[in-house]
Ligand binder design. Structure first.
Ligand code: FES
Length: 77
């Protein structure tokens, strides 16, 4: 399953100070996080996210967001 095959956002709980590497290539086997698979698919690497507070992040699961890696509601259109 690709990060963008879900068709709806991924909810990821984070704690202040966490650093996440979110897949940007679409080929990870551990969606929505990068697993290094982008090394076999040159062009796009992971997105680095540094959490500033405890929060729930809504990450794109359809690939249509205009604000990757975050969901912008495009999966509803
Ligand atoms: S596996 Fe997709 S960006 Fe790293």
């Amino acid at each position: 399953m690709s990060i963008y095959d879900k068709g709806e956002p991924w909810a990821v709980e984070v704690k202040a100070g966490d650093t996440l590497w979110v897949c940007g290539c679409g080929h990870t086997k551990n969606p929505p996080m990068c697993d290094g698979s982008h090394k076999d698919h040159p062009g796009t690497g992971p997105y680095e996210i540094k959490a500033e507070k405890d929060d729930t992040l809504w990450l794109c699961g359809c690939g249509k967001s205009g604000n990757l890696p975050y969901c912008d509601g495009s999966h509803n259109r």
